[in-house]
Write a protein that binds this ligand. Structure first.
Ligand code: 2AL
Length: 243
């Protein structure tokens, strides 16, 4: 089976890291490919960044369809464009935040999220509410790391994340921690060892969920709101999206 990881930001080094993390956990026989949009923000850390990146995600889904991709993963913790992406394909589409939340509830009764910037904590909080996980999550914490520092300043960023995870363990009354950024996909083992709690990371969680859905022949339902969009004309620079 072919799983396509879509990094919604345009930083190729992060796309490579996300692809490598997916390959590390993929089953024999699973092909992992990783892409990012050609245009858009280099990192996603605001509602504006998310809205722009969602268009890039949808373009990547459209590119994947003729290639016969079996499942897609949206590898940014805001899950930008998730429901719209599901409309464009009959394959499963999984966001890394929803994947991590689902797995965290299977191994703990309460978890906290450790994300990048305090400013983006609200995005995770909205997702927890929308997905129905809010009462499983004690706290969304921020290590106050800009996303691209995960690329440029790995050691310092790792220490700050570990410190925040240790505070979560000491103060939140939790059994597990969810890492709140696709750019943290390579840090899970070091954080788990340093903190001594189960650490749920979204890219790897989503790969294993995608493999499960494809094995079970479960794709996005085309009955109801996730059916393919109704054919219509798109005007101006979006005319290529019309049919
Ligand atoms: C993210 C993420 O996962 N990738 C990105 O560019 N921004 N979200 C986050 N909260 O840091």
């Amino acid at each position: 089976m072919h799983i396509r990881l879509i990094n919604p930001n345009t930083t190729a080094s992060m796309t490579d890291k996300i692809g490598a993390a997916g390959k590390r956990v993929a089953a024999a026989g699973t092909r992992i490919s990783a892409t990012n949009p050609a245009a858009g923000p280099v990192s996603i850390e605001s509602h504006f960044d998310e809205a722009i990146s969602a268009v890039g995600v949808l373009e990547e889904i459209r590119r994947g369809e003729p290639e016969g991709v079996d499942a897609y993963i949206i590898a940014c913790f805001g899950d930008p464009g998730l429901l719209a992406a599901r409309e464009l394909t009959a394959a499963p589409v999984i966001g890394i935040a929803e994947a991590a939340f689902h797995l965290a509830t299977l191994i703990s009764t309460r978890f906290s999220v450790v994300t990048t910037l305090g400013r983006t904590a609200i995005i995770a909080e909205h997702l927890l509410q929308n997905y129905g996980f809010a009462h499983h999550c004690r706290k969304v914490r921020a290590a106050e790391i800009p996303v691209l520092d995960l690329e440029d300043d790995g050691a310092c960023a790792l220490n700050r994340i570990i410190d925040e995870c240790r505070r979560a363990k000491a103060e939140d009354g939790i059994g597990a921690i969810v890492l709140g950024c696709g750019g943290m996909a390579d840090l899970t083992d070091e954080i788990r060892e340093a903190v001594g709690l189960p650490i749920v990371e979204g890219v790897t969680a989503a790969v294993k969920l995608a493999e499960s859905l494809v094995s079970l022949r479960l794709g996005t339902s085309k009955f109801g709101d996730l059916d393919f969009p109704r054919p219509k004309v798109f005007t101006g620079r979006f005319d290529y999206l019309g049919s």
